[in-house]
Each structure stands twice: as structure tokens, then as C-alpha cells.
Design a protein around this ligand. Structure first.
Ligand SMILES: Nc1ncnc2c1ncn2[C@@H]1O[C@H](COP(=O)(O)OP(=O)(O)O)[C@@H](O)[C@H]1O
Ligand SMILES: [Mg+2]
Length: 246
């Protein structure tokens, strides 16, 4: 569905991502795993039109695509929830869910329909109802990322990219989110899940691509995904005694 061929991103002297080759298939939760600074968010930003590659090609459905700005990715059906919670705190939850929607899709939907869609999107990521009319900034921090997740889902993307979105979520909301991600890909869509939490990665992933210092180390398939294997790819110099639970 989506491929990166030889994609490199340099920031001056820093090579944030070096010659990345990755194939992302529909129907999969494809995790990107790596330590802090390994290039995960750079990969996310490249696929979201936030930064442009220094070299390489990104293809969607076998066609090269140009992602010069975030709206380009959004129009192609790629919705991203970034690592930083991006909310307009003074605007209502409802306005935040629909933020950017009209400019993107060029058609209007009425207020009642907006409320209905926002409620449905929020209900798919949490069992705790959120007041749509409340300023988003007054929502507890643990729930603010849910508003941004609903913003991504309300666009009905084909590709959902989630960059370390579980960091602030409580366990209940995280479980609901995981169910939503599974339901999303079961419809033949693609989810890119970025995390460095081993338990989550094992639980959710169909495939894991490990990054180390800006390079793709390896991609593991379902049956190959064990904590031991993942850790040895992430941190090759760490000795993990046999039988130790990690
Ligand atoms: N805007 C930027 N300017 C300069 N260096 C950057 C920038 N963004 C990321 N980097 C560097 O690129 C590397 C990869 O960063 P990042 O993709 O954020 O990693 P991760 O998300 O895995 O923690 C790091 O060394 C980081 O310091
Ligand atoms: Mg990051």
C-alpha cells in the first residue's frame, strides 16, 4: 500500500533517517520500534508531509507521491496523530475534532451531523464520554490525546499513523484504542504504530520494523516478534541472559 525506497532525511550534519526501505501492507498494524532518537518521528513526519525527504521516494498504491505539506498527505487519506498533543485549548472539543476538516474536504456538514460524527469518533477511542462543548484545554491531560485521535478518525483515513500516542493515556483508554486500531486495519486499511514500549508492541503489532540510529535494522513478522528478539535488534550491545524476563 505504502512504500519508502531509499528515503533519507538530513538536518544539517545529522542524518535523522538514512536510506530507509520499508513496505507497509494494507490490513496490518505495522509498528516502528526504536530507542529515543532512532528516527521514528522523522519517518512519521516524512509520511505526513511535515518534512520533505533529502533523498528517496515514497509510493502509495505503487505511484510515487509528493508530500510537500501536511494537506497533501491528508488528501491522500493519511491521518497522523503526532507525539506532541496538538490542541487549540480555548476551542471546544467539537471544534478541535473538526479542526482543519473544512479546508481539506471542501464540503460542509451541518452542526448536528458534526456532533454525531465527533461523538462516534470519541466513542471509538474511549468509554468515558467527553463534553463536546467544553474547551479542550480544560480536559484532563490524560484525555487530551483522545481528542486528537478523534480528529484523525473523523476524516475516515486509509492510513492512520500514531506516534507514541499512548504515553499519557490511562490503561482503560489504551485498551479501547487498541481495539479501535484493530478494527481499523481489519477493514483493509493500514495503521502505523510508533512506540518504544515493548508490551504494547508485542500485543498490537502484525509486523515490526526496528530502527537504530536512523537506520532500518530489520522487519519482523508476527511469529518472529518476541521481546528478546526486538531488544537485541534495538540494543545490539546489551547482553540479555537466557531466561531473563524483559
Ligand atoms: N528538526 C530537527 N533538527 C535537527 N535534528 C533533528 C530534528 N528532528 C530530529 N532531529 C534529530 O534526528 C534524530 C532522530 O530524531 P527523531 O526522529 O525525533 O527520533 P525518535 O522519534 O525515534 O525519538 C535525533 O538525533 C534528533 O535529534
Ligand atoms: Mg519521536
Amino acid at each position: 500500500m505504502l512504500t519508502m525506497s531509499g528515503v533519507t532525511k538530513r538536518y544539517g550534519e545529522t542524518v535523522a533517517l538514512a536510506d530507509a526501505h520499508v513496505t507497509f501492507d494494507r490490513g496490518h498494524v505495522h509498528t516502528i520500534l526504536g530507542e529515543n532518537g532512532s528516527g521514528k518521528s522523522t519517518l512519521v513526519k516524512l509520511l505526513s508531509g511535515v518534512v520533505r525527504p533529502s533523498a528517496g521516494t515514497i509510493r502509495l498504491d505503487d505511484r510515487p507521491i509528493e508530500l510537500a505539506r501536511p494537506a497533501d498527505a491528508q488528501r491522500l487519506g493519511i491521518a497522523t496523530v503526532f507525539q506532541e498533543v496538538l490542541l487549540a485549548p480555548a476551542r471546544s472539543v467539537l471544534e478541535n475534532v473538526f479542526m482543519g476538516y473544512d479546508g481539506l474536504f471542501r464540503y460542509r456538514i451541518d452542526r448536528a451531523e458534526r456532533r454525531r460524527r465527533a461523538e462516534a469518533a470519541l466513542a471509538s477511542v474511549t468509554r468515558n464520554p467527553l463534553d463536546l462543548d467544553r474547551p479542550a484545554g480544560t480536559v484532563p491531560l490524560a484525555q487530551q490525546q483522545l481528542i486528537v485521535l478523534a480528529r484523525a478518525l473523523v476524516r475516515e483515513p486509509r492510513i492512520l499513523i500514531l506516534d507514541e500516542v499512548t504515553a499519557a493515556l490511562d490503561f482503560g483508554d489504551r485498551d479501547v484504542l487498541f481495539e479501535a486500531i484493530r478494527a481499523f486495519v481489519d477493514g483493509g486499511r493500514l495503521a502505523l504504530f510508533i512506540s518504544h514500549r515493548m508490551d504494547e508492541v508485542r500485543r498490537l503489532s502484525d509486523r515490526v520494523t526496528v530502527l537504530r540510529s536512523g537506520s532500518v535494522v530489520e522487519t519482523l513478522e508476527t511469529g518472529e516478534i518476541t521481546e528478546r528478539r526486538l531488544l537485541s535488534l534495538m540494543l545490539p550491545d546489551t547482553h540479555i541472559p537466557v531466561g531473563q524476563h524483559v
